[in-house]
Design a protein around this ligand. Structure first.
Ligand SMILES: Nc1ncnc2c1ncn2[C@@H]1O[C@H](COP(=O)(O)OP(=O)(O)OP(=O)(O)O)[C@@H](O)[C@H]1O
Length: 260
């Protein structure tokens, strides 16, 4: 079932004269783990922000559950879609628990008391991100990777049907990168739409059910990872010579020896 879709979506920055995104047609289904690849500046974050309703399209429209996002209130969107930004600066010394509790605001309201199910969702998210032992620490006193796990836990606590993540692996140690990808795959298998931007095609090859390539603001490829994450396409996209080796369900890329 389609959760999010867009038709002929286009976006120009307010003071820019060129389109950052153009002619984007997408139908994003519940149960999919969608990876979004593209060069720096290709428009990946812009697309996620348009799908979240943080930016308003210049052309075309985004639909959530078949209704234009323009008809949805911000809190109703937040009960359907959670978002993890590319970077997050902690300026106020909230505790880790309090930060994760903010994921429940779409249900409890800003001043509302947390119901038992809110507390359960917060505890489960803390546990899933390995933060139970840090719950009472101020976020301003955490490492970069720990803070990233707090932002991820807040999004998971939101318990939304759609989870849109902008380079979520940034700053995570290798163990948490692998755990997070497995968790995202689980969330998709549970019937959620999970969409993430990434600069790691090999990781998308293993876990994503669908991979999109954005190139110069347009969708250049859209399909299963076996068809999209190929040495030929990745070489063309990144402008480097790559060869591929498949092994035990993984695909590894090797940088050609002729290039430095
Ligand atoms: N606030 C802004 N004002 C003007 N231009 C912007 C703004 N934010 C982004 N852009 C431009 O929009 C284009 C798309 O940026 P976007 O952040 O969506 O790219 P991205 O694919 O997410 O890149 P990266 O991989 O580097 O995160 C870029 O050309 C960028 O320079």
């Amino acid at each position: 079932m389609t959760l999010l879709s867009c038709r002929n979506l286009g976006f120009c920055q307010p003071r820019g004269n060129a389109f950052v995104l153009q002619g984007i047609d997408l139908s994003l289904e519940k149960g999919e783990l969608v990876g979004l690849l593209g060069l720096n500046g290709a428009g990946k974050s812009t697309l996620l922000r348009l799908l979240m309703g943080f930016l308003t399209s210049s052309v075309g429209d985004v639909f959530l559950e078949g209704r234009s996002l323009r008809e949805w209130s911000a809190s109703a969107i937040a009960r359907h879609l959670a978002y993890v930004p590319q970077s997050h600066v902690a300026t106020f010394p909230y505790t880790v628990r309090r930060m994760v509790e903010l994921g429940r605001v779409p249900y409890s309201g800003l001043t509302g008391r947390l119901a038992p199910e809110d507390r359960m969702a917060v505890d489960a998210a803390l546990e899933r991100m390995g933060l139970s032992g840090l719950a009472d620490r101020p976020v301003t006193e955490l490492s970069g990777g720990e803070r990233q796990r707090v932002v991820l836990a807040r999004a998971i606590a939101q318990d939304a049907q759609g989870l849109l993540l902008d380079e979520p692996m940034t700053g995570l140690d290798y163990g948490y990168q692998l755990r997070l990808m497995a968790l995202l795959a689980d969330l998709a298998r549970e019937g959620r739409l999970v969409m993430l931007t990434s600069h790691r095609p090999e990781e998308l090859y293993v876990q994503a059910s669908r991979v999109l390539v954005l190139d110069h603001g347009r969708i250049d490829a859209d399909g299963p990872p076996q068809d999209v994450v190929t040495a030929q396409r990745m070489s063309a996209l990144y402008g480097v010579s790559l060869a591929q080796t498949d092994h035990a369900g993984n695909r590894f890329f090797h940088h050609g020896r002729d290039e430095k």
